[in-house]
Design a protein around this ligand. Sequence first.
Ligand SMILES: [Zn+2]
Length: 165
Amino acid sequence: MNCHRAEKLISRLVDGRLEAGTTARLEEHLQVCPSCAQLLDDYRKLKTLVSELQEREAEPLPYFEQRLRARLQTASRPSLWAVVERWYAAAVPVFLVVAMVLVGILFLVQPAERHLSQSELLLFQGQSPLAETRAIFEEQKPEDRQLQLLFAGLEGQEIVRRGKQ
Ligand SMILES: [Zn+2]
């Protein structure tokens, strides 16, 4: 076997596509021809490198782990939310009942008869003390204004007196 023939057969040997008889003859040549033996060695190294590259390509894509983790978190989120929602569903009515009881207690504890200032009384009656004062001062006739101020003062005293009873 010459080197030219051996070179053609070496790649088939490395790929495992060489018949037993031809393999035996090629190996005879390789034992006596260092350059062809070196070629076989280079082919094997190349094959190993190629298979390593193929394995690397078969590896998960970049950020695969991150994306998998994000997907797992998304998948586990509904169950977490279900727990939170269940907790809320129970907590909200309890909170409302507690709040209502507290408001009720505040109203009960508050003294029923309480002195209100004139402004508070006016506010309670739906009148703004400022609006009333402004209305008085907006009167055109000065005598009317004074009369109204007088009456307002009397009314104020009356409201205070009634408030104190
Ligand atoms: Zn050779």
